[in-house]
Ligand binder design. Sequence first.
Ligand code: NAP
Length: 252
Amino acid sequence: MSDGTILILGGTAEARALAGNLVSDGRQVVTSLAGRVKDPALPVGDVRIGGFGGVDGLATWLRDNNCEAVVDATHPFARQISANATAAAGDVDVPLLTLRRPEWRPQPGDRWIDVPAIADAARTVAAMAADNSTLRVFLTTGRQDVDVFADIADAWFLIRLVDPPERAVPRHHQIIRSRGPYTVDGELDLMREHKIDVVVTKNSGGPLVQSKLDAARQLSLPVVMVRRPAPAHGEAVDTASAAATWVRQLLS
Ligand code: NAP
């Protein structure tokens, strides 16, 4: 077996699962985290935290660490790091795989309002608030996107976050700090307790936080669903086990 390093660009459950698979194989794995979350769930294997310093910094890291493969297992909405990974891996000629969990698809009974970007989600909510002076919104788009909704003063927001917000928040709100997974029953209770009228989410995909969609369907609530950005070019898989197979075949 080769003794080079495999870099996993992480921050997702899939990245942690992949690190577990490859460490079990006896491989040298480094998972990289951006450092956004104060108390992140850590994978097995080595972990480095913080940005690389753009494409050049990442390319230097790949060279200095005898990196044999990169798996970009970052969140589907983390665009910059994925673009950097494509450029840096190309520069130093290291094989790159993208691991992205499948996106959510609407099911019968869903009332999704599909929007192309987070700003469109805010415009949609603002239009709903203009029609409903007591609109109650469950905002689950994550800390980095809360400020986009900050100017909507005539709706009430239940904002669920892992860490407290760092930027502006809507005037009328309550913050719940928690980390998934969540159960459908728990989400039903939460939405009923707070008399939610609409759920706002990015199409992150994956089973861990899907229960909010199941609950919204059962309550017949609309869901403003932010579409994923276009995926990076190149080889891609959608499960950690498929990514582990790719690494094994590459380095066998
Ligand atoms: P982003 O906009 O794509 O990246 C911005 C910068 O953060 C990158 O240029 C890079 O800095 C640094 N960075 C991002 N991910 C990194 C990683 N895994 N390791 C080292 N540096 C990283 O990313 P983002 O949307 O802010 O997301 C940050 C991280 O949180 C990602 O790793 C992602 O997996 C995770 N996450 C994101 C979301 C989301 O909704 N965006 C949700 C859950 C988890 P340099 O240029 O200095 O290298």
